[in-house]
Ligand binder design. Structure first.
Ligand SMILES: *Cc1c(COP(=O)(O)O)cnc(C)c1O
Length: 382
């Protein structure tokens, strides 16, 4: 059979056949007890092996070009289990400096308890990360595009450096989604998603996933079944349904984000726009090379002649929200939300100014989004 393309995989891959009624969607199996005889697999939701879990894992693995996957109860369950399963006391991990806040908290608040040492790299070049590798380094962990400044890490360079040094490479691919970036094809070992974001896409599911080779996923599984972070089959079923529209949603978000980035970039009221699709973005060429689309996330700095709080309040359609990637457009002010706990000096070091706005583009009509922004700008001048 010819290899099927992403749009088809989104709709059909991993779907369970309804042999009894021939319904066109996966039947939902909520059982936590499955009768077995000697030769049968022992199914149990916390073993990640119910029919719905296995079907969905197959779908997401296919989207990322991976051999296997596991579905978790949250993005952080996926991140923590992937990392802890491949690290043990005495090991060391090298991480990109500007990671998702929850991941940074996991490292700095928990890893010492497990005797796992870590280094955060300031730069995002493969050589910046390599500089921190020690004899006991086991894992390199990256995230691209990064939050909130949309920096792009060179996946091929990091993957080949990690292979050369005998280190496992992991990426949080949440911001790109499998539609825009497939790190396994570029040599990365394990790919993690907060499925709460693009995979779910409707701001109503908390879930996570890890995909990779059979061998490396088995290592994750051995710990996952002990930590117990699996996802309820009902939510697994909902997530499968959500992913059927993943490719059309994300492409619409890509298109809206590109158009908004150009629109904002021309405005005197906006100082800078950070979007890898803009030719002015320092990593634009790299993004073009390794991504299939530039994504739905962007950020921009509001000129200081505007009141950022009033601007946010004056928006009607676009709402402030911490989460992202839903079909509805949302924004946050990182200095007041995700990065509020950093000192102002640390924020300056990370390039996060007080007037920075992170924007998650939805699938609304582009003109309605532009009108909402224009209206809010008009009434927020100092
Ligand atoms: C939201 C998010 C996570 C954590 O996912 P949860 O589902 O909230 O646990 C991890 N990484 C990135 C990039 C995220 O945006």
């Amino acid at each position: 059979m010819k290899k099927r393309k992403l749009d088809t995989l989104c709709v059909h891959e991993g779907q369970l056949k309804d042999l009894v009624h021939k319904g066109s969607v996966s039947p939902l199996y909520m059982a936590t007890a499955y009768a077995f005889d000697d030769v049968e697999v022992k199914r149990y939701p916390r073993y990640f092996n119910t029919p719905n879990q296995v079907g969905l894992a197959k779908k997401i693995a296919a989207l990322e070009g991976a051999e296997q996957g596991l579905i978790f109860g949250s993005g952080m369950a996926a991140v923590s289990t992937a990392l802890l399963s491949h690290l043990r006391s005495g090991d060391h991990v090298v991480l990109q400096g500007d990671l998702y806040g929850g991941t940074t908290n996991l490292i700095v608040e928990e890893f010492k308890k497990f005797g796992i040492a870590y280094s955060f790299s300031k730069g995002i070049l493969a050589s910046d990360l390599e500089a921190f590798i020690k004899p006991n380094t086991k894992v390199i962990y990256i995230e691209t595009p990064s939050n909130p400044l949309m920096k792009i890490v060179d996946l091929e360079a990091v993957a080949s450096m990690a292979k050369q040094r005998g280190v496992i490479s992991m990426i949080d691919n949440t911001f790109a989604s499998p539609v825009n970036q497939n790190p396994i094809a570029l040599g990365i070992d394990l790919v993690i998603h907060s499925a709460t974001k693009y995979l779910g896409g409707h701001s109503d599911i908390l879930a996570g996933t890890v995909v990779g080779s059979e061998k490396q996923i088995d290592v994750v599984f051995q710990m996952a079944k002990n930590l117990g972070g699996s996802l309820s089959d009902y939510t697994v079923w909902l997530l499968e349904r959500s992913i059927k529209t993943l490719s059309i949603r994300v492409r619409a978000q890509n298109d809206n984000a590109m158009a908004l980035a150009i629109f904002l970039n021309k405005k005197p009221s906006i100082d800078s726009v950070y979007y890898p699709g803009l030719t002015s973005h320092p990593d634009h060429e790299l993004a073009k090379r390794q991504m299939h689309g530039f994504g739905g996330m962007l950020s921009f700095e509001l000129n200081t002649s505007y009141d950022i709080d009033v601007f946010q309040k004056n928006l009607n359609l676009i709402r402030p929200a911490m989460s992202l990637a839903g079909v509805e457009s949302t924004l946050t002010i990182p200095s007041k939300t995700s990065h509020a706990l950093l000192t102002p000096e640390d924020r300056v070091v990370q390039g996060i100014k007080d007037n920075l706005i992170r924007f998650s583009t939805g699938i609304e009509d582009l003109q309605d989004l532009k009108d909402d922004i224009n209206e809010a700008l008009k009434n927020s001048k100092l």
